[in-house]
Design a protein. Structure first.
Length: 253
């Protein structure tokens, strides 16, 4: 119930490790690193085989890795890879609705219904949402001030059932740098107020890039270990934190 370093000395080292995420099924784990022989940010993938985790893939990062809830797509900003047997296809484009030169997408998160939520660093660090209605993709819209308030607003994660949204931002009243915030979907389908995820998750350092494991048990996120963020580690904490933050009237639904 208090955030701690994930896999110290194995995944989280004195270098730069970002964006830890498990694929649905919990038998693959991916993270981004840089340094040593890697001159560019590189995605490294581990796979569990016979109860042993082994590295099986690495490739240059081209968008932050997330997964569709069914595990068939690896989303990478405005692109994606498709599951092909035991591997992944080449990166494909989501199309002109998302492949826009005037947008700067870092992370795109997908719900089970096909809703996309993504950030845009080229237009004031805002988060946009695109729903899927009657089999048709809707034009992305900028989310309201509940989400798009403060600075450095980015890296959204939408729950598979769309019951909540987590993102990071630097806001007045925070813990000192970028903090993680959560908003719960209300009974009228609006998004409730932004709730700082509190001292069990946030610190006076840079806290960002949250995702919830596919089994719903843990939150993975990044924290800057030093003020310059030259050393960034992956942290994890029980997802019960989310239940503690959920308003009582939504728990009673």
């Amino acid at each position: 119930m208090k955030a701690t370093v994930f896999a110290p000395g194995i995944i989280s080292t004195e270098a730069w490790e970002l964006e830890g995420v498990f694929a649905p099924g919990m038998r693959e784990f991916y993270f981004t690193t840089k340094g040593g022989n890697r001159t560019v940010p590189t995605v490294v993938g581990f796979r569990q085989e016979n109860n042993i985790w082994k590295k099986f893939i690495e490739f240059p990062r081209n968008g932050e890795v997330t997964f569709s809830p069914d595990g068939r797509r690896m989303h990478m900003a405005e692109g994606y890879k498709e599951r092909t047997g035991s591997g992944w296809s080449e990166r494909k484009s989501l199309g002109p609705m998302f492949e826009r030169e005037d947008w700067g997408v870092m992370r795109l998160s997908a719900s089970a219904r096909g809703t996309y939520v993504f950030d845009d660093y080229k237009n004031g660090d805002v988060i946009r949402i695109s729903t899927f209605v009657n089999g048709k993709r809707q034009e992305p819209k900028e989310m309201g001030p509940v989400v798009n308030t403060g600075e450095w607003t980015a890296h959204p994660f939408i729950a598979p059932d769309e019951s909540y949204l987590i993102w990071d931002s630097e806001r007045e009243g925070g813990f000192g740098d970028s903090d993680l915030y959560i908003s719960f979907r209300q009974d009228d389908d609006s998004w409730g107020p932004a709730i700082n995820m509190g001292h069990k998750v946030n610190s006076d350092r840079w806290d960002a890039y949250a995702s919830v494991t596919p089994d719903g048990k843990y939150i993975l996120f990044n924290r800057g270990v030093d003020p310059e963020n030259d050393n960034v580690d992956i942290f994890w904490v029980s997802a019960k934190v989310i239940d503690e933050l959920r308003p009582k009237e939504l728990n009673d639904r």
